[in-house]
Every structure is written in structure tokens, then in C-alpha cells.
Design a binder for this molecule. Structure first.
Ligand code: C2E
Ligand code: MG
Ligand code: MG
Ligand code: MG
Length: 272
């Protein structure tokens, strides 16, 4: 049918599909190899408390150091890792490594900080997640309050019964749970009233896209977070004006290039 419809264009059509498919298969096997060969790294972006001016947290951000192509950003491979299910093994590594690194910093005598780890949907929906997190905390010796799991609104919205139970169990362990990219997903206030979330992360588009409406939105999110006893952090802070606005509005924390880009652990050790 396709051949009839596209006539002589069919060959181009077919080869375009198979090129894309081949590239995906190549990347899938490269991702497996990357995990086996230790090509993944975590970089950390510090988060500052706007009251005390101290670093109180950092977000672990995945980097793939490809042997030929150099650093590949997560947006270029997380999607495929999700589709193929590889994200489970990659995510296990991320959790383990972030907890290990954070405990190592504490053991060196630095002021303790919370490490934020991004979860993907597949990870959140696994039955074993809570057990895995507990095991990693036990093995690394990191106190649960120094781990924050970041989920998105869209992840929180689906399959609600199980997710609620998972988040409640994580909170019972003492692990923090934040909503990442807040305001850009299927925002529903229902889950905010039900889920024991500890922090909202205001998406960077509201912070650094210069539109008048954004300031009103940011103010409201800060106000709402505090009314619901949640902390609130602004992502993507790039200028001193943005920082001033957030300080004036009593936002708790900030994260962004204005303060620091995500850095490899050696560089962060210096900053700490
Ligand atoms: P995210 O969790 O929202 O992480 C914040 C992203 O914003 C990071 O991009 C960070 O480098 C960038 N960013 C921070 N400050 C600024 C700023 O001031 N301006 C601008 N323009 N950008 C800023 P990155 O590292 O490329 O990560 C992209 C996304 O990939 C993350 O968004 C997260 O959704 C995903 N990701 C990263 N690491 C992991 C991981 O270990 N597991 C999973 N499942 N997803 C991950
Ligand atoms: Mg995040
Ligand atoms: Mg974010
Ligand atoms: Mg994101």
C-alpha cells in the first residue's frame, strides 16, 4: 500500500526509515556498552539557599562520555534508554553513584547537602523501587534525608494509586520527593493536595523567559508552595535581576548558570 501511494518516492521513504532505525539500534548497543564500560558520569549543579547564602543541595545530572563523540547530553539519549528499558539499569547506577558521592563528601567533613536524582517514569513505576532505594541507602550509609528524588507532574498523574503508595513509602523512609519542571506538565492541583511532596522546582522557562506573566506565575507558585508546607526552588536562574526578584519574593532556593553550571565532582569539591 505504501509502495503504491508513494510510487517512485518509496525507496527514499524506506531508506529514511531504515537509517533512523539503524541509528537507534546502534545507539542502543552503544548505551549497553557505555554502562558496562563505565562511560557514564554524574555532574552536579549546586543549589543555594537564598536566606543563608549557603549551598544546601545539588542536582546529579547524567553525562555520557562517548569514546568518539565526546560528552553527549541526557536529552539526546534518555528517551531511547526509556524506550528500550535500559533506563532501569542506568537509573540504578545513577542512584547508587549519587548516594555514594554525597556520602563521600560528608565523610570528608563538608557541610552536608541534599543530592537530587532525576527519576524516569519507568523507574517510578517499578514495584522494587522503594526496596532498591532502601538498599542503596543502607549500602552507601547515606542518611535518607540527604536524598531527594525528582519526579515530573506527568509521571505523578498516571496510574495514580500505585504512585501514591510509592511516594508515601519513600517519604516513610525519610527520602525527599520533589516535582521537577513544575508548571510545564499536566499540572493538576489534585496530586499536590494528596501526595506528600517536599519541594517544587519551578521550571526554568518561567524564570528566564522574559514575559510579564511569568513573574505573576512565579509569585503564585512560591506562595502556594509555602501555604502547602513545601519548599520551592527556582531552576535556570541566569541573571542578577532574576535572583533579586526571587529573593524579594522569598523563594527558598535557586539553581542556575548565574551561580554555577553543572560541574564534575572534583570541581564541586573545591566549591564546597
Ligand atoms: P532537569 O532535571 O530539569 O535538569 C535541569 C537542566 O537544566 C539541566 O540540563 C541543567 O544543565 C540545565 N540548567 C541548569 N541551570 C540552567 C540555566 O541557568 N539555564 C539553562 N538554560 N539551563 C540550565 P541537562 O543536564 O542537559 O539535563 C536535561 C534533562 O535530562 C534534565 O532536566 C532531566 O530531565 C534529564 N536528566 C538528567 N540526568 C538524568 C538522570 O540521571 N536520569 C534521568 N531519568 N533523567 C536525567
Ligand atoms: Mg531535575
Ligand atoms: Mg527541571
Ligand atoms: Mg527536565
Amino acid at each position: 500500500v505504501i509502495k503504491e501511494k508513494y510510487g517512485s518516492n518509496y525507496n527514499i521513504f524506506e531508506s529514511a526509515i531504515s537509517e533512523k532505525f539503524k541509528a537507534m539500534l546502534t545507539m542502543e548497543s552503544e548505551l549497553r556498552k557505555a554502562l558496562k564500560d563505565g562511560q557514564f558520569e554524574l555532574h552536579y549543579q549546586p543549589q543555594k539557599n537564598l536566606n543563608s547564602d549557603e549551598i544546601v543541595g545539588m542536582e546529579a545530572l547524567l553525562r555520557w562520555k562517548h569514546p568518539l563523540k565526546g560528552y553527549i547530553p541526557p536529552d539526546d539519549f534518555i528517551g531511547l534508554a526509556e524506550k528500550t528499558g535500559l533506563i532501569i539499569d542506568i537509573g540504578d547506577w545513577v542512584l547508587q553513584e549519587a548516594c555514594r558521592q554525597n556520602k563521600a563528601w560528608q565523610d570528608k567533613g563538608f557541610q552536608p547537602v541534599v543530592v537530587g536524582v532525576n527519576l524516569s517514569a519507568k523507574q517510578l513505576y517499578q514495584r522494587e523501587l522503594v526496596g532498591k532505594v532502601k538498599k542503596i541507602l543502607d549500602e552507601t550509609g547515606l542518611a535518607p534525608g540527604y536524598l531527594e528524588l525528582e519526579i515530573t507532574e506527568t509521571m505523578a498523574m498516571t496510574n495514580e494509586e500505585n504512585i501514591l503508595e510509592t511516594i508515601q513509602c519513600l517519604r516513610q523512609l525519610g527520602v525527599m520527593v520533589s516535582i521537577d519542571d513544575f508548571g510545564t506538565g499536566y499540572s493538576s492541583f489534585k496530586y499536590l493536595s494528596v501526595f506528600p511532596v517536599t519541594k517544587l522546582k519551578i521550571d526554568k522557562m518561567f524564570i528566564n523567559e522574559n514575559r510579564e506573566q511569568n513573574q505573576a506565575i512565579v509569585k503564585s507558585i512560591i506562595h502556594m508552595s509555602h501555604s502547602l508546607n513545601m519548599k520551592v526552588i527556582a531552576e535556570g536562574v541566569e541573571t542578577v535581576d532574576q535572583l533579586r526578584f526571587l529573593t524579594d519574593e522569598a523563594c527558598d532556593e535557586m539553581q542556575g548558570f548565574y551561580f554555577s553550571k553543572p560541574l564534575p565532582p572534583e570541581k564541586l569539591t573545591k566549591l564546597l
